[in-house]
Ligand binder design. Structure first.
Ligand code: ATP
Ligand code: MG
Length: 451
């Protein structure tokens, strides 16, 4: 396709004619709010993901991998028409068949859809987890992006407070394993549908009494989703919200017992929490337990993890009634928290940089590199490629962060030798038979040789 440029000429797409008449290629940038995660930062992500995966597996949960695209209807029905997500945040488009599809804004809906579709729920207990990117068309700011990443956990088929406690224990274990200290757990109970209906009436009565002080969002939600008003982030609404009727005063007996038992389980495990009577998830199928982990170290975007019980959802989507509880946490906010708390990350730079010279040196060296990687467990070895003088190779070695350089030139290759040169500290370089290098390296680096 050809474009007419601003001077009326034809230019290929992506090209503009500059003033001096030369073609300049316009560079293309990423979509706003969708971040590249550069190699400098991926060690933090890997640390986060590896640690969380270990914790999740220690609890016996199994991973489920789900499509990024689902039918729009799924999200409308499961998240609800009158929520921020469905009203204004979804990336929705028609595909070539005219079907309305949406990039997933969260993981629960797809997880429930897949579990129903593949018969994982009927008369069964399931403990599942997923991870990956989610998409919401929000105003990008610190801690809020248009593509962001979540890890989520969903447990199906268990109705007691023990499983609520288990998923909360798992989140507490995440912070412990990651070395994070500053997160606070808030819990609440939303009660049964009947209790919420009674509360909703009281809340709407109260809010109608102060109609003039409601912001536009809240006024719009008054009829459709009044509980969500309690979740407003508008500072001007906070006094009004603080004086509103409290959900705990409307709690039914069954939910009260459930909540009390959950609190006992948390107490017994020494997991600290505060009860926040204004904590809600403004969707009909959420009931009983809700919880959030919050921190004051990330400014306005302080919720790092949110979860709760959603016993109504499976039935709402056409399945048999199935108790369910789960949570999702935002990885970008956790990365920011790791940084804010100054958590030490494991070193991921190479241990060894292999300096090579001469035709025989390069040939032998490339093979030798493979032998060492096989022989020393967990060894990270970077081989010099692209030639270069000793001086420039050592400069690269230094820049790579490696602790040790190995050198093989034509002479070493011929004599079956290798030179080991520590790059940090004062130790002298030594030359030894290649056959002994694996043991020597393992000892220097505190690694094990494979049996
Ligand atoms: P918020 O109140 O901050 O908008 P939410 O209630 O929309 O959050 P959930 O749908 O419960 O968030 O998602 C769970 C977690 O995912 C949040 O606690 C947060 O850590 C993360 N998260 C949600 N939206 C974003 C976003 N746009 N960018 C980055 N992280 C996000
Ligand atoms: Mg949101």
């Amino acid at each position: 396709m050809q474009h007419v440029d601003d001077r009326g000429g034809l230019s290929p797409p992506g090209k503009q004619t500059s003033r001096d008449g030369k073609l300049a290629i316009r560079s293309i940038q990423a979509v706003r709010g969708m971040n590249d995660i550069l190699p400098e930062l991926t060690p933090s992500w890997q640390y986060l993901e590896d640690t969380m995966r270990r914790v999740i597996q220690a609890f016996g949960y199994r991973e489920i991998r789900l499509p990024l695209l689902e039918k729009t209807e799924l999200f409308k029905r499961s998240i609800g028409e009158v929520t921020d997500i469905v009203e204004k945040e979804m990336y929705t488009f028609e595909d070539r068949n005219g079907d309305s599809l949406t990039l997933r804004p969260e993981g629960t809906a797809g997880c429930v859809r897949a579990s129903m579709e593949h018969g994982l729920l009927h008369n069964q207990i399931q403990r599942l987890w997923y991870a990956g990117p989610m998409f919401r068309h929000e105003r990008p700011q610190k801690g809020r992006y248009r593509q962001f990443h979540q890890i989520g956990v969903e447990a199906f088929g268990m109705e007691g407070p023990d499983i609520d406690a288990e998923v909360i224990f798992m989140t507490a274990q995440f912070w412990k394993a990651l070395g994070l200290k500053g997160a606070e757990l808030q819990i609440n109970s939303l009660g049964t549908t009947a209790a919420r209906t009674a509360y909703r009436e009281a809340l709407v009565d109260y809010l109608r009494g102060c109609l003039g002080d409601l912001d536009e969002d809240s006024r719009r939600r008054l009829d459709s989703n009044p509980l969500r008003i309690l979740d407003s982030k508008n500072p001007q609404m906070q006094t009004l919200i603080a004086a509103a009727p409290r959900l705990p005063d409307y709690l039914d007996e069954e939910s009260r017992v459930h909540f009390d038992e959950l609190r006992c389980l948390l107490d017994a495990a020494g997991v600290d929490y505060t009860v926040n009577p204004r904590l809600v998830r403004g969707l009909d199928y959420y009931g009983k337990t809700v919880f959030e982990w919050v921190t004051d170290r990330l400014g306005a975007q302080g919720t790092i993890c949110a979860g709760g019980r959603y016993d109504g959802l499976v039935e709402y989507l056409g399945g048999r009634p199935t108790p369910a509880v789960g949570f999702a946490l935002g990885l970008e906010r956790l990365i920011a928290l790791l940084e804010a708390e100054g958590v030490d990350l494991p070193d991921s730079s190479p241990h060894v940089y292999l300096v090579l010279s001469g035709e025989h040196g390069v040939r032998r060296g490339m093979v030798f590199a493979g032998e060492l990687r096989d022989a020393v467990e967990g060894l990270r070895l970077l081989t010099n490629c692209g030639g270069g003088s000793f001086k420039s190779q050592f400069r690269r070695a230094d820049k790579s962060g490696a602790a040790i350089a190995l050198v093989i030139g034509d002479d070493e290759a011929e004599q079956g030798q290798v030179t080991i040169k520590p790059l940090r500290g004062e130790s002298a370089q030594t030359t030894l038979p290649q056959a002994e290098a694996a043991d020597a390296l393992a000892q220097l680096l505190g690694l094990e040789t494979s049996a």
